[in-house]
Design a binder for this molecule. Sequence first.
Ligand SMILES: Cc1cc2nc3c(=O)[nH]c(=O)nc-3n(C[C@H](O)[C@H](O)[C@H](O)COP(=O)(O)OP(=O)(O)OC[C@H]3O[C@@H](n4cnc5c(N)ncnc54)[C@H](O)[C@@H]3O)c2cc1C
Length: 399
Amino acid sequence: MDLNTTPEQEQLRGQLREWLRNHLPWEYGVGLPPRFDDLGDEVAFGRRWQSDLAGAGWVAVTWPVAYGGRGLGPAENFVVQEELARARAPELVGRIGVNLAGPTLLAHGTAGQKARWLPSIPPAAALWCQLFSEPDAGSDLAAVRTSARPVDGGWQLNGRKVWTSYAQFADWGVCLARSDPAAPKHKGLSFFVVDMHAPGVGVHPLVQLTGEAEFNEVELDDVFVPDDQLVGAPGEGWRVAGSTLSHERGVNPRQLVIHLQHLEELLSLAATSGAFDDTRLRRKLAQAYVEVRLFQLHNWRSLSKLQRGLEPGPEGSILKLYWSEMSKRLHSLALEVLGPAAPLWRDATANPGAGSWQRAWLYYQAASIFAGTNEIQHNVIGERVLGLPREPVAAEGGP
Ligand SMILES: Cc1cc2nc3c(=O)[nH]c(=O)nc-3n(C[C@H](O)[C@H](O)[C@H](O)COP(=O)(O)OP(=O)(O)OC[C@H]3O[C@@H](n4cnc5c(N)ncnc54)[C@H](O)[C@@H]3O)c2cc1C
């Protein structure tokens, strides 16, 4: 695998770095995004930022030009995501549209659906959410109970979705629902685009471990969805949703750079706090260094697969499993290095990082749950990467 970037990729990197130096609302790579007390203000700020970024051609760069992209490859996208994270640019507020809904529509949408929805995603003119999980269907996603009953001109949806990130700000939602209750579990599902402003859609924010309410419970009460908002044929929902899920797991240059930055900050915190004098902590810090470097290699391995035109595939589960567990260890170690300051929160005095380490620890607890829990990743790796049997094989002659 050739890890060297091409002169063209380095030129792209230089152009973006220059643009960021001139357009970031804070000092490149040093300043941090302002902290908002109201998530709505943060989203409004994020929409303006993403619109500027898209206006300069730095969002959805792999998409076709017709839909706001630049038709670039996975390696160029990797460079762009790396540079945005290095600059500490805000995470895209429209990331569910750019990373999940958009690629799904590119793979399965009709020409009309692509023309209708894709161009508004890069500039955050429309925001999207993912209406998959339900109270009784999270890991067992194919067990969704939201019903989709055919009616004149479309479908009527009824059900309850939960843990739906950014639903309170979304204009559209990609939704998995059961359109044929008589069909086998995976065959009775269809994939819809729901207008989040339609009558019958109720959104209720849920407060997370971090104290913020990024995700929601969403009620669908006799919500009408026109026929032209069905993606794929009726009963093909599981296949279409499979595309969405495969984009949740795979190369993650943004998290890679963030963890390289957190590692660097943790090592300098350890240097100033005296943690390096503690042999046990010193060993753990060395281990953390190795683990973040391994995350880099995992990313490069997945990137080389994409560069060969191959789909992310089940190997994406290895990367998701690896980085989420590595991240939880790194942020737990940060609390150890903080020592007596660990239980403090924002605005407390004598608290290195002003609560950012504590918030990161809380936030990354979710990393082993979202995008499929790590137990499920183990199952995927066991069954689809290693080819292990789905059910344990009874020992020869055993019961
Ligand atoms: C921050 C965050 C954001 C999220 N955003 C979204 C979103 O935008 N849209 C959306 O649709 N969902 C979202 N989710 C939901 C997420 O996808 C689910 O939480 C996840 O799939 C797990 O489902 P569950 O919570 O229902 O847990 P359950 O499926 O009830 O699992 C409970 C426990 O049982 C284990 N378990 C379950 N089945 C098996 C099995 N077969 N083998 C071994 N162990 C098993 C699980 O690993 C877990 O430890 C989000 C979650 C979080 C934390």
